[in-house]
Design a protein around this ligand. Structure first.
Ligand code: ADP
Length: 583
């Protein structure tokens, strides 16, 4: 007999309120119909379990042991039908029921309708499909006689009530199970959607354990289709061991899954359908793994079928209950959405990795090129210097000076490019040591002092009295401060002023470089830290520059886990503020 519910969770049934209802029922039956013994047993999976009993205490323990469901059939085969549920068994026991039947002693009477100790009276409780869900039995009539018409009809009425009670409890059990499944499914989906999980394969691997546990499955197979590849599969047995996937099976589900998804139909294969419907090459593999039943659902979102999920069970496990099938289909939706996201993320990750590769290549190219340029540039500069020392006529001197300026500018670009490549190189990590930013800043200021003075730009400095230590690279920090201070002087016309201040603020160090120079428009501020960016301001373009200085600043600040901000107004001046973690 196939029970329509899965192996029961005894904890639900031993739940006191559920049992109390049944207990009250058998006590009422016994008392009101006139029997000393009444018992109610329900079919749970493959067992017939007595959940309520009233009668002599010495029999309680025996009755509470469960019997196999198979005892019901021979019992009913022998019984005389007395009503829709009521069955009369005259002169028990049957040999098959040896060990599953209690004979209650009767006080002998000599009446012709005396109840004999091997007589039995029971009511069969069915569900809507006619499947037996329980047995209500009575024994030891108080009168000592077989039941009369009144007792029979009363018992029939009680049996109907008991049937309803049992079915309600089963529904409640199914509901509780569904709630539990839904809960574990939600957990499953929640963890599958965690962005911290890496690849699609990681998501699948992570999901497997949850699936197998919440379905009590023997193994699981999760497959995600990929538009541009063979897809990703994870097949596991219950221990979590990676199992081998039958070749050809992916093609098979690629054909079946979209239809299952479109029709919202589960694929339930029991032992028979596995034998009849599955191709022989696949059946052999399934058999070898001891799989006797499979539940498969398509995974998807909206119209799109994203993948397929299959759960398997062995001969020692029950078949899939309707509740489980529904839950699996629900998971098909939720997991489908999670996998779609994971798949999109993976594609994005791949693209980012490709872009990163291109970017690395570009940086490498720039670095190599700059290195290659540097040597001939040194030769050119050296020779120009020598040439400059010799006596040149006026025309030749002009050519010489123009070439020297060009070579200087080229060297500036090459040096900046090399520095940018170095600080952007992930293979060249930052080595942090304790560096006094105050002495670095003082050094930088002293180097630009003469330029500022000759331009007529006032330079004010407030660095405090004590060292201001930060963890970092002294050379890089020197370039950071150098670029900001020299820009401030460069982009401030005569009679303007530049002030540099350094202070500690909590766990941070704040360097501010303020000028009363040409300022930067709001529009230009957006691209300021991009390599080769120069503002559109003609006043700025008059100054020699590479457009690399602020890109270097931003990269160095980033490497030092700090931040840089700019506040500026066109024509009024700018303030660049760098905040770095203090040592
Ligand atoms: P450059 O070598 O051109 O100075 P930077 O990357 O250092 O390159 O600066 C980029 C652009 O930002 C400059 O070309 C300039 O237009 C603008 N800029 C930088 N600092 C200032 C400043 N203090 N005042 C006004 N404009 C500035």
């Amino acid at each position: 007999m196939a029970a329509p519910w899965r192996e029961p969770d005894r904890s639900t049934w031993s739940d006191s309120s559920a049992r109390a209802v049944l207990q009250l029922m058998v006590e009422s039956v016994a008392e009101l119909v006139g029997f000393e013994v009444a018992a109610l047993s329900v079919v749970l999976g493959e067992e017939l379990v007595t959940l309520a009993y009233t009668g002599p205490e010495e029999h309680r323990a025996y009755l509470e042991e469960s019997d196999p469901v198979s005892v019901i059939e021979p019992l009913l085969a022998r019984a005389v039908t007395w009503g829709p549920r009521l069955r009369w068994l005259e002169g028990m026991p049957l040999a098959e029921l040896e060990g599953h039947w209690v004979e209650f002693e009767q006080v002998p009477t000599d009446r012709p309708d005396a109840w004999r100790s091997d007589d039995g009276l029971l009511a069969v409780l069915n569900n809507d499909d006619g499947t037996v869900v329980g047995i209500l039995s009575v024994d030891r009539p108080v009168s000592g006689c077989r039941p009369d018409e009144r007792q029979r009809s009363l018992l029939e009425r009680y049996a109907a009530q008991a049937e309803r009670a049992v079915l309600t409890l089963f529904e409640r059990e199914a509901l509780l199970e569904q709630v539990a499944r839904a809960e574990s499914a939600r957990h499953l989906i929640r963890s599958a959607s965690r962005p911290t999980l890496g690849s699609l394969e990681d998501v699948l691997r992570h999901t497997h354990g949850q699936l197998v546990a919440s379905f009590g499955a023997r193994g699981s197979w999760l497959h995600v289709f990929q538009p541009d590849g063979p897809g990703v599969s994870v097949v596991r047995d219950e221990t979590g061991e990676q199992a081998e996937l039958s070749p050809g099976i992916i093609e098979l589900v690629a054909k079946v899954a979209p239809d299952l998804w479109a029709e919202q139909r589960p694929l339930v294969l029991d032992a028979d359908s596995l034998r009849e419907k599955v191709p022989s090459w696949l059946r052999e593999r399934v058999d070898r793994r001891g799989v006797t039943t499979v539940l498969g659902v398509a995974l998807g979102v909206g119209e799109e079928c994203v993948g397929f999920m299959a759960l398997s069970r062995g001969a020692d496990q029950p078949s899939w209950s309707p509740v489980e099938v529904t839950s699996a289909q629900q998971i098909g939706h939720d997991l489908g959405a999670a996998l779609m996201t994971a798949r999109a993320l993976e594609r994005e990750r791949r693209l980012v990795a490709e872009l990163q590769q291109i970017d690395d290549y570009r940086s490498q190219l720039v670095a190599t090129l700059s290195h290659e340029l540097r040597t001939p540039l040194t030769v050119i500069s050296g020779n120009l210097e020598l040439l400059g020392e010799s006596a040149l006529d006026e025309g030749a001197r002009r050519y010489h000076d123009a070439m020297a300026r060009g070579a200087d500018r080229m060297r500036m670009v090459v040096d900046d490019l090399l520095l940018l490549a170095r600080v952007s190189n992930p293979d060249h990590p930052l080595v942090r040591v304790r560096v006094d930013l105050r002495s670095i800043t003082r050094e930088v200021v002293s180097l630009v002092e003469s330029t500022a003075r000759s331009k007529g730009v006032a330079l004010a400095v407030d660095l405090g009295r004590d060292p201001v230590d930060v963890p970092g690279d002294a050379v890089e920090l020197d370039r950071l401060v150098g670029n900001l201070v020299s820009n401030a002087v460069k982009y401030t016309p005569a009679d303007g002023s530049v002030s540099v201040s350094l202070r500690r603020s909590g766990d941070s160090v704040v360097l501010a470089v303020t000028d009363t120079g040409i300022g930067i428009s709001a529009d230009d501020q957006k691209g300021l830290f991009r390599a080769f960016f120069r503002t559109t301001n003609p006043d700025a373009l008059r100054e020699a520059g590479t457009g690399l200085g602020l890109a270097i600043v931003a990269t160095i600040v980033d490497r030092h886990l700090g931040r840089v901000e700019v506040a500026s107004q066109l024509g009024a001046g700018s303030t660049f503020t760098v905040t770095l973690p203090a040592a």
